[in-house]
Write a protein that binds this ligand. Structure first.
Ligand SMILES: Cc1ncc(COP(=O)(O)O)c(C=O)c1O
Length: 496
């Protein structure tokens, strides 16, 4: 999980070579794809409230526990006796780091604890009366079925298991098959550090040096984001040496949504394998992983999917890679190589204890261990709220509420030393971003000032050193009024 406060960008002093090219992205006041226009009174609280009143998803906010300002100040677990005071709610804009707790999570977990205390080991196979939860052996399936529509996959292509970086390792163990000089992994130079470390250790595991086997894409001078053209060009230029392309669906620092469909099609047309880290995309933007022909993907669920700290991760393996076939003559099974454990084995043979490994067809054949029933339960609780809507509906609100935040932030930008105090480094094109806007403060110390202003006002937002505040209105629970308030606080801190 990315903590809400201070964290460093991955070191730029890496010795690994970087690839630069021209970016076609140019900024203008309003992007032509921007469909939201705002009236002259858009900067008023009344207008923000009217957007909330007319929001078809406003009822979903009520499904979450909004922390109170008082409870944000609680420093010790012993002080937790004060209930959340809903008359004085905090403004929580950190769903891109850790999503809020759904109100139903506690009852789902209690149901699971009851299953454990009443049925004990039989809970693996027996359902408990009136519980929304399946027996433990079927929980991964239950969570995967509910997750599949969120990432645009067949249920068999999804396995909710382990955690993001662990799943990336499991997937790379299967999909990164370097041979001779075709050994390189193409990724971004500012990848989330965990991805960078995971790739580094994978290439080293195969006997390569990181600086030989990692191609790190760097935005061109003056740009913050990578363009699709730049990525495709880098693929073309290095195609004979690339064994794997690994990219983020949404870049964690800039909030850029990459064109997953186009980049995947391009990589695959060159015969390359491509995987995606969807940490900031899953539950944030609609995804169509099956139709886009993505080879594999992994994501965490504690951000926009609200499963709780360190919640169960997810992985996608396209159905063409998950097949298990049997030779009729020899009886020998044929399936993609992977790192295995008994939970990749078919439920009907898992308990035979005969060392005859029969993987489950599809993504669930990439499991290793007995998963945490409590983590799966927390995820299933959260997914039950997603089941009340669709990613397409959430995206509609997301486009609108993020456009509103952008509009407010960019009207009358406060000046510091005669210059605009900040700029938004997230692409202006709504098709190239999710919920998050990354606001880059131009003057040293301003981020800290804004952070103090936010803390004072009971706002939780995410600051990334050296100078970015990530403003991420989560369409599930954030309101237009909250956007109005947080922008006022940011501008007030800059003016001060
Ligand atoms: C883009 C990205 N990749 C990887 C991770 C690491 O996730 P985990 O600690 O669940 O493996 C994070 C965590 O925030 C992330 O944002």
């Amino acid at each position: 999980m990315s903590p809400p406060s201070i964290a460093q960008l991955p070191s730029e002093s890496t010795t690994t070579p970087t690839v630069k090219a021209k970016s076609p992205l140019k900024s203008s006041q309003q992007h032509p794809n921007q469909k939201h226009t705002f009236p002259t009174n858009a900067n008023t609280l009344d207008y923000a409230r009217s957007l909330d009143t007319n929001c078809p998803l406003r009822h979903l906010r009520n499904e979450y526990i909004i922390p109170s300002k008082a409870n944000l100040k609680v420093k010790h677990a012993n002080d937790l006796s004060t209930p959340n005071d809903s008359s004085d709610p905090a403004i929580y804009f950190c769903g891109n780091s850790l999503g809020l707790q759904p109100k139903c999570t506690a009852s789902y977990i209690t149901a699971q604890l009851n299953t454990w205390s009443h049925l004990n080991v039989h809970g693996h196979f027996r359902p408990i009366a009136d519980s929304p939860l399946k027996p433990w052996q079927e929980l991964c399936e239950q969570a995967s079925d509910l997750s599949a529509p969120i990432v645009g996959a067949l249920p068999s292509e999804v396995s909710m298991q382990a955690t993001l970086t662990v799943n990336l390792h499991l997937l790379m163990a299967s999909f990164y098959r370097p041979v001779g000089k075709k050994c390189k992994i193409l990724m971004e130079s500012h990848a989330f550090p965990s991805d960078h470390y995971a790739v580094e250790s994978q290439v080293q595991l195969h006997g390569y040096k990181a600086e030989e086997a990692m191609i790190l894409l760097e935005p061109v001078d003056g740009e913050h984001v990578l363009s699709t053209e730049q990525i495709c060009k880098a693929i073309d230029e290095n195609v004979d040496e690339i064994a794997l392309v690994l990219l983020p669906g949404i870049q964690y620092y800039t909030g850029q949504l990459l064109d997953i469909k186009t980049i995947t099609a391009h990589a695959r047309s060159k015969g390359l394998t491509i995987g995606w880290d969807l940490a900031h995309a899953a539950g944030n933007v609609p995804l169509y992983l099956h139709d886009w022909d993505v080879d594999f993907a992994a994501w965490c669920t504690y951000k926009y999917m609200n499963s709780g700290p360190g919640g169960m991760g997810g992985l996608f393996v396209h159905e063409r890679h998950g097949k298990v076939t049997k030779d009729e003559n020899t009886g020998k099974l044929d399936f993609r190589h992977r790192l295995t454990g008994w939970y990749a084995g078919d439920r009907t043979s898992r308990f035979n204890m005969d060392n005859k490994f029969v993987p489950i067809e599809g993504a669930k054949g990439f499991q290793v261990s007995n998963p945490s029933a409590i983590d799966l339960t927390s995820l299933i609780a959260s997914l039950s709220v997603f089941a009340e809507t669709s990613m397409e509906e959430l995206r509609k609100k997301s486009l609108s509420i993020t456009a509103y935040a952008e509009h407010l932030l960019l009207s009358d930008v406060p000046k510091v030393d005669g210059q605009p105090a900040y700029e938004i480094i997230t692409p202006k094109d709504p098709e190239q971003r999710g919920a998050q806007l990354s606001v880059l403060f131009k003057k040293e110390g301003l981020l800290e000032k804004v952070g103090e202003g936010m803390e004072e006002a009971g706002v939780v937002a995410d600051q990334r050193k050296p100078n970015v505040c990530r403003v991420a209105p989560a369409p599930m629970y954030n309101s237009y009024e909250e956007v109005w308030r947080i922008v006022g606080i940011i501008k007030g801190a800059c003016d001060a």
